[in-house]
Design a protein around this ligand. Structure first.
Ligand SMILES: C[S@@+](CC[C@H](N)C(=O)[O-])C[C@H]1O[C@@H](n2cnc3c(N)ncnc32)[C@H](O)[C@@H]1O
Length: 208
């Protein structure tokens, strides 16, 4: 059970660059935001995992949702704070997920776009379970993972500044059983293709 520190350091080193690249809202993420906000009835308090540059949190807030921005990468947390947002360094695998600003009150939902791809397969159910425990019954989950088999590591950068991102791929049946085991009732798993061969499984689920 561990978080890949190379991946986290890689994001640390490119946080501003990544945030600029990801600033434009993809159509499919906008569609998922619509569905998530509708599921919450247009209000509520949400824990965001892997906020990155903060694109989705801004949109959710525009739509009436209160968002706790978090990231496992200090680089993103600093970037968000420098832009004037509250943000917390938080690893969903090991840290206390309770909201320090609302002690004892579960979240109404979890937003985890394109970040659980970096959770190792053996830790995935534990992370989903921890997210379920911190969410009220009937609360909403949005998460996206890459579709495929096995694991891979993508390498970028230079010798002086090496970057390595560890990723785990999922097929729908295994994803569905991990979600169910962790206490989530799946409403829908959609498929989206980003760049060619960049296939995503997009999960809408409810806390059982
Ligand atoms: C591809 S970026 C997505 C960022 C943002 N959600 C977006 O959609 O633009 C992946 C995010 O996952 C975070 N991350 C890396 N390792 C993680 C882990 N083990 N658990 C949760 N998040 C992780 C990164 O710091 C980064 O914010």
């Amino acid at each position: 059970m561990s978080t890949d520190r190379h991946t986290v350091r890689s994001y640390d080193s490119v946080a501003a660059e990544y945030a600029a690249e990801a600033a434009a809202m993809p159509r499919w993420v906008a569609t998922e935001i619509d569905a998530f906000v509708a599921e919450l009835g247009g209000s509520g308090r949400v824990l965001e995992i892997g906020s990155g540059g903060g694109r989705d949190a801004l949109e959710l807030e525009k739509r009436g949702i209160s968002v706790r921005r978090t990231d496992v990468s200090r680089g993103f947390v600093d970037l968000l704070r420098d832009s004037g947002f509250a943000a917390d360094l938080l690893d969903p695998l090991t840290d206390d997920l309770a909201d320090p600003r609302c002690p004892g009150v579960p979240y109404d939902g979890i937003w985890a776009c394109a970040c659980l791809i970096h959770v190792a397969r053996e830790d995935f159910r534990a992370v989903l379970g921890r997210l379920a425990e911190t969410t009220r019954a009937g609360g909403a989950l949005y998460a996206s993972v890459r579709e495929g088999d096995g694991e891979d590591t993508s390498a970028h950068g230079s010798v002086a500044a090496p970057r390595r991102y560890a990723e785990t791929y999922w097929r729908e049946p295994a994803l569905r059983s991990a979600l169910a085991d962790a206490g989530w009732t799946v409403r829908k798993i959609g498929r989206y293709t980003g760049r060619p061969d960049d296939r995503w499984l997009s999960v809408r689920a409810i806390r059982a």
